[in-house]
Design a protein around this ligand. Sequence first.
Ligand code: SAM
Length: 232
Amino acid sequence: MSGEEVTLSEEESHHIVKVLRLPVGSEIELLDGRGGVYRAELLSLGRRVAARIVAPVATAGGAGRQLTVYQAILKGEKMDTVVQKCTELGVSRLVPVRSRRCQGGRDDERDARRLERWRRIGVAACKQCLRPVLMDIAMPLAVADLASHCQAQRRLLFWEEERALHLRGLADWGETASAALFFGPEGGLAGEEVELLRQGGWVTVSLGERILRAETATLGAVAIVQYLLENL
Ligand code: SAM
């Protein structure tokens, strides 16, 4: 790997040449998104920058215990914020979900465009927080597909109408090998969606009496659970 020459994407090249304005010979850090971080030296500039790997950089350990977030697709920038903050908080995988009260029905073309945008936001967030492994962002799923889709040991459905079990009431996080958290859209989940998920092994859990905005619930709960999983 050291000594190997690499060619950067047009987007990364533009950032180096036009935004950072780095000269040939400068040293940069490259992330391969699969856990590898490398020091590299700029060999040539232009539409596609060339660099030579100098040496690997030690990174902060592995991904830790896996946390998957299933997020009912939120409107506009709120979903961008969830992608960015879940990346920073070390979420392993983000699965966008189309639920009954999400804006707009199934539209594969629009989903593909949005997925491309979310993945770009995820890469930028990875670079900013020096996260060596990209957060995986899956193609959007329907709620009905979720029951069979999730393999996590602990599956928590955050539901504002839950009165019996609070997140605080859950113990044994030390033995939790993997967890999945589900959050509804701005308009909440329909009753039959909650029932379907419960039948699929999801446990409804409360974050307290206040009704939180969708993005607040997600980011607050993810931060707490990542702390409990010792990923934060
Ligand atoms: N039914 C809500 C209302 O009347 O405004 C709309 C849903 S809330 C804005 C968006 C999502 O945040 C919910 O689907 C749920 O996943 C989560 N959420 C909000 N407050 C919560 C709470 N106190 N406990 C658990 N989840 C909550």
